[in-house]
Design a binder for this molecule. Structure first.
Ligand SMILES: Cc1ncc(COP(=O)(O)O)c(C=O)c1O
Length: 386
C-alpha cells in the first residue's frame, strides 16, 4: 500500500469515529435514536427551488459544464440579494463566485494565499475546513481558543506579534458554529483594521447570516468600512434554505480575492451544477415569501429545546442565531465521554465540543434538526444522564 502524504498526520482524528456503527447497532436493536449531531435539518427546501430544478432538467444547455462563470442570472440574483439584505453593492461578475457549497470555497481559498510554512489564524473550536484548507496548502494553523469569557470572539490582542506579522489568513465565522456567538459591529471594525494593518486576508464565513432570531439581523463583513480591501465573505444556501445536499453557495468580495479563488477552482473543479444554480436563484428570489417562516420554525425549536434542557437540569444559554445550542458538559466529564453516554444510554446523537477542536472541550452541541417534540423528548432522555 503506497503511503499517504505526511500532512495527513497533521489533521486531527475524529474523536467519535465509531458513532455511525453504534447508531446502526442501536437502531437494529429497536432503539428510537434521535440524531442531533450534524447541522443538517430535516426540513424541505423552498418549493420555488424544487420547481426551478425540475424545469431546468428539461433544458439541454443546463446539462453542460458550468465552469467558474456558472449561470449569469444566478450571479445577478446574488448581487441583488446582497444589495437588498445588506445594502452592499457587488459586481455580479468580478465580485461574486458561485461555489459547490461554501465549504468548498472556504477550503480552497488557502491554496490562493498560503505558501508552505505560512501561518493562518484559526478559531478553536471551529468549522474544521479552516484547518483542513490550511494544512492541505502546506500552511501552519495558529489556533485561538474561543472562550466564554471573551464572548467566544477571537481576542485579537492575544495574538502574538510574530504570529500576526506572518498571518496570511484570519478565519472568522459569526454567527458562530459551534458556540452560537454573534459579533458586535465594533468588534468587526477592529478585525478589519487588524487585517488591514497586517495585510491578512479576512475569510468571513457567513453561513448562518439568516438564521437569527428575536429581530437580530447579522451583518455582512462587506458593510464594514475598509473591509473590501481585505475581506472575502462566504455564503451558503445550506442552512437558510434547507439545501445542504444541493451543494451551492457563493463568495463575495474584492475582484482580486475572487479572481484568485476562481483561478484555484479552475484547476480543481468545473463549477456548481447549472441546474442547482438555477434552483438557488429561485430560492433567493423567494426570500420574502419563504425564509421568515423557515426561521420561525427554527425559533420554535430553539425555544422548545432550551426550555426542555433547562427543565432537565442543563445549563442553557439561549442563542440569538444559528441552528445549535452550545452547552457546558455537566459534571466535569470529557465531552467525548458525555456524548458517548448520551448515545448508548439515551439514544441521542450529539456533537462533542472536542470534535470541533481541543478548544471545544468541556462543551457539547445540540443541532436543532428535529421537530420541537423530538427535541423535548431528547431533553427528557438526557435528564437521565445527570
Ligand atoms: C460555519 C460553517 N461554514 C460553512 C458550512 C458549510 O456550508 P455548505 O453546506 O455551504 O458547504 C457549515 C456547515 O455546517 C458551517 O457550519
Amino acid at each position: 500500500m503506497p503511503r499517504v502524504a505526511a500532512r495527513f498526520a497533521l489533521l486531527p482524528k475524529y474523536p467519535l469515529a465509531d458513532v455511525p456503527e453504534i447508531k446502526r447497532r442501536l437502531k437494529a436493536d429497536g432503539v428510537d435514536v434521535i440524531d442531533l449531531g450534524a447541522g443538517d435539518a430535516d426540513l424541505a427546501p423552498p418549493p420555488a427551488a424544487v420547481a426551478a430544478l425540475k424545469r431546468s432538467v428539461d433544458v439541454v444547455e443546463m446539462s453542460r459544464y458550468p465552469f467558474q462563470l456558472g449561470l449569469p442570472s444566478f450571479r445577478e440574483q446574488v448581487a441583488a440579494w446582497m444589495a437588498r439584505r445588506f445594502g452592499v453593492t457587488v459586481d455580479p461578475f468580478s465580485e461574486v463566485l458561485p461555489l459547490i457549497g461554501s465549504k468548498e470555497g472556504v477550503g480552497h481559498l488557502a491554496f490562493a494565499f498560503v505558501d508552505a510554512g505560512d501561518t493562518t489564524i484559526v478559531p478553536d473550536p471551529g468549522y474544521q475546513c479552516y484547518l483542513g484548507g490550511t494544512v492541505f496548502a502546506g500552511g501552519v494553523p495558529y489556533l485561538v481558543p474561543l472562550r466564554p469569557e471573551n464572548d467566544f470572539l477571537v481576542p485579537l490582542e492575544d495574538i502574538p506579534g510574530d504570529v500576526a506579522r506572518r498571518a496570511r489568513i484570519l478565519y472568522l465565522n459569526y454567527p458562530n458554529n459551534p458556540t452560537t456567538a454573534t459579533a458586535p459591529r465594533e468588534y468587526l471594525r477592529d478585525v478589519v483594521r487588524w487585517c488591514r494593518e497586517h495585510d491578512t486576508v479576512l475569510v468571513y464565513d457567513n453561513a448562518y447570516s439568516e438564521l437569527a432570531f428575536d429581530g437580530y439581523r447579522p451583518p455582512s463583513i462587506l458593510e464594514i468600512e475598509g473591509a473590501r480591501e481585505v475581506a472575502i465573505e462566504f455564503h451558503s444556501m445550506s442552512k437558510t434554505y434547507n439545501m445542504t445536499g444541493w451543494r451551492i453557495g457563493w463568495a463575495a468580495g474584492a475582484p482580486a480575492l475572487i479572481a484568485a479563488l476562481s483561478r484555484v477552482k479552475t484547476f480543481l473543479d468545473a463549477g456548481a451544477s447549472l441546474l442547482v444554480q438555477a434552483a438557488a436563484q429561485a430560492a433567493l428570489a423567494s426570500y420574502d415569501d419563504w425564509v421568515p417562516q423557515n426561521i420561525e420554525r427554527f425559533r420554535v425549536r430553539r425555544d422548545a429545546a432550551a426550555a426542555a434542557l433547562r427543565e432537565a437540569g442543563y445549563d442553557v444559554t439561549v442563542p440569538r442565531a444559528t441552528m445549535y445550542l452550545w452547552l457546558p458538559v455537566p459534571g466535569g466529564a470529557s465531552s467525548e465521554d458525555f456524548v458517548r453516554r448520551a448515545l448508548v444510554e439515551a439514544g441521542i446523537v450529539l456533537m462533542p465540543g472536542s470534535a470541533l477542536g481541543a478548544g471545544g472541550e468541556g462543551f457539547f452541541r445540540v443541532a436543532l434538526t428535529q421537530p420541537a417534540e423530538r427535541l423535548a423528548e431528547a431533553a427528557q432522555r438526557l435528564a437521565r444522564l445527570l
